[in-house]
Design a protein around this ligand. Sequence first.
Ligand code: GLU
Ligand code: MG
Length: 436
Amino acid sequence: MIAEEMVIACCTDLAGKVRGKAFPASQFDKRRSRGIGWTPTNAQITCFDTIAESPFGSLGDLVLIPDEAAKVRVELGGDVPIEHFALGDIRHTDGRPWEFCTRSILKCALDRLNRASGLTLFGAFEHEFQFRNAASPIGEAYSVNGFRLERRLAETLVAAMRAAGLEPDTFMREFGTGQYEVTIGPSRGIAIADQSTILRELVRFVAHALGKEVTFTPIRDPAGVGNGVHIHLSFLDKDQPGTWDPNGKHELGKTAGQFIAGILKYLNSIVAITAPSVVSYLRLTPHRWSAAFNNLGFRDREAAVRICPVSDLSDIAKAAQFNFEFRAADATASPHLQLAALVHAGVQGIEEDLPTPDATAEDLALLDPSTLAARGLVRLPKSLPEALECFLANRTVTEWFPAGFADTYVKHKKGEMAFLEGKPQQEICNLYEQVY
Ligand code: GLU
Ligand code: MG
C-alpha cells in the first residue's frame, strides 16, 4: 500500500485530552508559521465527547501553531506507522495567544515566576498507569517477574522516549493490579509539561503497537489502588541548583519554602485543576498514599507536597538531587494547566513572603477539624463540585488566568458531570478508565 507520512499538530485541552489535526509531514515548515485552523468551541468538548455550554457557539477561528521544540518522531520499525506529532500553541488569527490555550497559560505563569524570583522551573512528571486488557497475575507487586511480563513494552518505550528526546529514568511494576510506573529525567520550563504529555502519548503508542491497552485514570475501582501523577519540581538559579539550603527549614531555600507555602495555601482552590475529574476525589482520600490534606511531608508519601529524599551515595550533588513533589495530581488534567496552577500558587507564596510550612509527620485523618485548623491544615475538597466551588470563590486564583477562563472551565466540568448524572459509581469509574 502506498502511504505518505503525516504529522499531527496538537495541544492539551481543558479535558486533559491531547487533540489536534494532521497534515503531510512535508508541510511542517510552512505550518510552523501558518498553523492549522482551530475552533474555539473545541475547548468545551468534554472527555466524554459531549459539548459543554460554550461562550463561543459556532463563532470564531483560531490557529494552532506546532512547535519544532515539542516535535516527536518515533519509528518503531516493522509495520507500525511512524509516530509523529508536535505540541503547539493556539493563537488568535492576529497572533495573540488564545485565552484558553493551556500552553500559553503555562508560559505566562513561568514568566511570572521568572519576574518574581529570577528562577527557572526544573522538574518532571512521574506517572502510574494500569493495563486494561491483560490478565494481571496476583503477587507481582514490585516483582522481577512483574517487570518481565512487560519487559518488551518497557524496552520499546525506553527506546521511543530516547528517540523523542526524553531522558528515560525508571520503569517498575507498581503495587496495584496490573499497575506500572514510569519516570523520566527533569527538564526546564514549558518542556516539563510537554514531556509529560509526550510520555503519556508514547506509553499509549507503544502499548497499542503491542496490542495492549493502558489507562492512566486516577482510580479504576474505589476498593483498589489509584494512579497518581507526582509532579517533581525544583529551581535553577542561573543554571545552578537553587532549591536546597542545608541551613533552611527542612533544608529548603527561602524561595522554595515560600513557593511550597503558596501551593499549600491555595491548594483547596486549585485542586479542581490539578485533579479535575469526578473520580479524582475517590483517589484523594486518606491512606492511599495520595493526598487528602494541604500538608507538607518530609519524605512522607501521604502529603500534598513531599520533600523527596537525597542520598549521600549518589554521584549527583545533594543540591542537584533536592526536589519536592506535588501529589494531589492525576492524568485527567492537562499537564500544562496543572503546572500553571502550581506555578501561580507558588509565585503567589513568594510575593506574599509566606514562611516555609511545618512538615507533618502523623496521620492527619485522626485529627479533629479544630486541631487541623489551628495548624493551618484543611481537608481537601471531597468532590469535584466542591473543588470547583472553591476555585470559583477564590478571586486571587481565578485572576491568575485569562479573562473568562475560570467561568468557562467550570462550565466545561459541569458538562462532564452532566454526562455522568444518575450513573452508578463503578460505571463512572469504567467510563473514565476508557477515556484516560
Ligand atoms: N498510587 C499512589 C497514588 O495514587 C502513589 C504510590 C507511590 O507513592 O508511588 O498517588
Ligand atoms: Mg508510585
